[in-house]
Ligand binder design. Structure first.
Ligand code: FAD
Length: 305
């Protein structure tokens, strides 16, 4: 219930303005976002890499509405990839991209051109791109664009969301040699017709999907903070005899850092998803929806205005 309310608020510009000016906002944002500038992303990446972690950087922003905005997002990724290469951080750093930030919702052709330019820059920098997955209305378009991109940039990664009923079938399609698939639970508010609604159903789907991915020849990227799912993934990775170069765990910046360290010390590859930029509202609200303890803290800040 609370999750639905917060996810609905994540689409409201009125609440966005209220949240942006709330007194405690900066502290909450700082916990989940590296900063607003490219330099902030580089600084945080250096620290994570020094701690033995791999990184996927996301320039915050989604649902752009003009060609100029979409092109500006593309240019920031090109700039970021150049800076990462100059700093010797590619690998282990890659980038995550939301197609809606590149124009997908109003001009799919433009989004394709933009993402292609980012993939080419990533290849020149010696790294890869993963296409974030957004709400279910974009799943087919995103997977179609992935298929096209992989012809020229075979390392391009996909994201599949265990809460969608279709995802088991998508996992079977994508569990092929050379494919990189990030499996997450899913962060958007979705209708019952397309998505499992209970946590238990989503978790069961996640386990079915991770079994498909770990038993196939691709490279699974298991994105979760859920202790039970991590334990199952560790167990199944042993069962399928997967070494640290054959799959990875992924977690969000600022979430369960101790667990990230534990997994690295246990010999696993762990990649941290590191967002930066000024357009943090939608991202922050999805993180709050996942964690009621953070919401109580934040609600007090709003009420005290
Ligand atoms: P949950 O059931 O949400 O949490 C399990 C436990 O983890 C909690 O009990 C708590 O202990 C801890 N925890 C979880 N979240 C938090 C938090 N915010 N603060 C503190 N502790 C927390 N979703 C998409 O829809 N598309 C994407 O492209 C996408 N990319 C992602 C990339 C990465 C690397 C990760 C880690 C997640 C991504 N997600 C994406 C979000 C994902 O779908 C989930 O919404 C999110 O990961 C929470 O699910 P969970 O598996 O951690 O389990």
């Amino acid at each position: 219930m609370l999750r639905s309310v917060i996810l609905a608020a994540s689409r409201s510009t009125r609440i966005e303005r209220l949240v942006e000016t709330a007194p405690f906002t900066r502290d909450v944002v700082r916990r989940f976002v590296a900063g607003t500038a490219t330099d902030d992303a580089l600084r945080a990446t250096r620290q994570l890499v020094a701690d033995g972690l791999a990184v996927s950087i996301d320039h915050l922003g989604e649902d752009t509405v003009t060609g100029e905005q979409a092109t500006a997002v593309r240019d920031e990724y090109l700039n970021l990839l150049g800076r990462l290469a100059d700093a010797g951080l590619t690998p282990p750093t890659e980038v995550s991209v939301k197609l809606s930030a590149l124009g997908q919702r109003f001009d799919e052709r433009l989004a394709k051109e933009n993402v292609r330019a980012i993939c080419a820059a990533a290849e020149a920098a010696g790294t890869t791109v993963t296409l974030d997955m957004e709400d279910h209305t974009t799943t087919d378009s995103t997977l179609d664009i992935l298929t096209e991109l992989r012809k020229d940039f075979p390392g391009t990664g996909a994201v599949l969301q265990a809460y969608l009923r279709r995802t088991e079938a998508d996992c079977r399609d994508l569990a092929t040699a050379g494919s990189r698939v990030r499996l997450c639970k899913g962060a958007y508010k979705e209708p019952e017709s397309v998505a499992y609604q209970s946590a238990q159903e989503v978790d069961k789907s996640y386990v079915r999907c991770l079994n498909i991915l770990l038993s196939g020849p691709g490279y699974p990227m298991l994105a979760t903070h859920d202790p039970r799912l991590i334990a199952i993934a560790e167990d199944r990775s042993r069962w399928f005899d997967r070494g640290p170069d054959e799959f990875e765990f992924q977690m969000l910046y600022g979430v369960r850092p101790d667990e990230q360290t534990r997994l690295v010390e246990a010999g696993h590859t762990v990649r941290v998803y590191l967002p930066y930029g000024t357009d943090w509202y939608g991202y922050l609200m999805r993180r709050l929806a996942e964690r009621p303890a953070n919401v109580a803290f934040f609600a007090r800040a709003l009420v005290s205005r």
